[in-house]
Design a protein. Structure first.
Length: 236
């Protein structure tokens, strides 16, 4: 019988990320499989947002390797990673703080901006956010906007920063339904991070817990059948 080819979207080996003299992330071996929903959980400073930046290609690891589709990210001049259109990072932190919400959404979803306005910004307290500058948004407003950007995207891999943080349960349930539908119908690999597992454990197939830049544990989430996970050498 022929050996079955192992399919992974990401493979991290001996990965380390430093900012100056400070090591913020150190992972021995971690794999992400296609079509799976992952939740990455950890307190502020645990390295979860840094991990998203590395997975998206926004930043490069200090040492070790990170492979996407069994290859490293392509780089251009001065070693800067070239954007990969198959990967979408839903995070307002990468927009200019002087941009308003409308401009940011138009930049990433030009054909869907009117539908987004009608669904989320046409009434209630959210109406005033449409012309509000990114730099003046509260943490809860940023989280809400991250989720809106996420559910209107159509990538192969969707990365969501601060999922469900400080938004009400009704809004979170709406976002969750749309993400599950995206995963089921399109096979989208989804990796969402949050400071706790309150929302993520309701739909993520795999929960990865970070502590001080290290993977502390990995647990099955909603259903084991939704995906596979593999982890080696937690103590790097």
């Amino acid at each position: 019988m022929m050996n079955q080819i192992k399919r992974v979207v990401y493979e991290l080996k001996d990965l380390k990320k430093d900012y100056g003299d400070n090591t913020v992330l150190q992972i021995g071996h971690l794999e992400f499989h296609p079509g799976t929903i992952y939740g990455i959980v950890g307190p502020v400073g645990s390295g979860k947002s840094t991990l998203l930046c590395l997975l998206s290609g926004k930043e490069k690891e200090t040492s070790g390797s990170l492979k996407y589709d069994d290859d490293t990210f392509k780089t251009g001049w001065f070693g800067k990673i070239k954007p990969n259109e198959d990967i979408f990072l839903a995070s307002v932190d990468f927009f200019h703080e002087n941009q308003n919400v409308y401009q940011a959404l138009k930049d990433i979803h030009p054909k869907k901006v009117d539908a987004i306005n009608g669904r989320y910004f046409s009434k209630g307290p959210q109406k005033v956010l449409w012309n509000k500058q990114i730099g003046t948004l509260s943490p809860g407003e940023k989280s809400w906007l991250n989720n809106i950007m996420a559910v209107y995207s159509d990538p192969r891999v969707l990365l969501i920063d601060d999922y469900g943080t400080t938004i009400d349960n009704k809004m979170e349930f709406d976002f969750r339904k749309r993400l599950i539908k995206m995963n089921k119908e399109l096979g989208t690999t989804i990796i969402a991070v949050a400071p706790d597992d309150f929302h993520l454990k309701k739909f993520a197939a795999v929960l990865i817990y970070l502590d001080n830049g290290h993977v502390s544990k990995i647990r099955p989430g909603k259903t084991k059948s939704q995906g596979k996970f593999r982890k080696k050498n937690l103590n790097m």
